[in-house]
Design a protein around this ligand. Sequence first.
Ligand code: KIV
Length: 259
Amino acid sequence: MNKKIKKILNKKNKSKIVCLTAYSKNIAEILDKHCDLVLVGDSLGSVLYNFKSTKEVTLQTMINHSKSVRLGVNKSLMVFDMPYNTYRNPQEALRNAKMVIKETKCDAVKLEGGKKIIPIVKKLVQNKIPVMGHVGILPQTDKKFTFKGKKQQESDRILNDTKLLENAGVFSIVLECIETKLSKKITNNLLIPTIGIGSSANCDGQVLVIDDLIGLSKSKFKFVKKYIDISRIIENAVKRYKSEVIKKRFPTRKHSFNT
Ligand code: KIV
């Protein structure tokens, strides 16, 4: 088993697993120093491209961003989010996942879904491709983005899905916007770690979209915590630059080539 995956599995019930998304090298380099897992999420569709849905994200776009992220990630596990319609059956999933791993050198792939994708997960795992699951809100296919686990039937289905995914061989599962008591039940019911986003502190680890955390996106989700307003910092720097260019204070002799 991949050493980085083993490290993540070993954290279950011991210490929290720190995960973030990255879409390019410079940010990835910073995250790599502090994260256990870096996810190249298809959330880049809305965060970077203003797409209404992640359905519009193509495999090639994900590959391009992942190649950039790979340049910055060394220590942590790098996970590639398989976009919509790239894993509709086991054969398609295997073909695309093999190509993605060859092109991007990612360590694992992530797939959204429960019972329906079990044969797909099994096919990848049988072919030694590490798979991360994703249940709760499924941005690729859900119509409504409301938190999951309000109704008993829905809770039972999600709990069952996570067990099926574990048995199929996923090494971890993202729980997206799952009700607090249900995320605890799922986490306690599994031997593999759960990674929450909007799913309370009951999960074994947490993930957020980096642009949300640093205040680069305009996201207003309840589960997001903005740790810094980087947009303001960038804007201040740009304003100072503009002013210095206009006032001819930049560039100075120091920034010029002089003989
Ligand atoms: O696409 C993404 O960034 C994700 C995370 C939010 C888990 O799937």
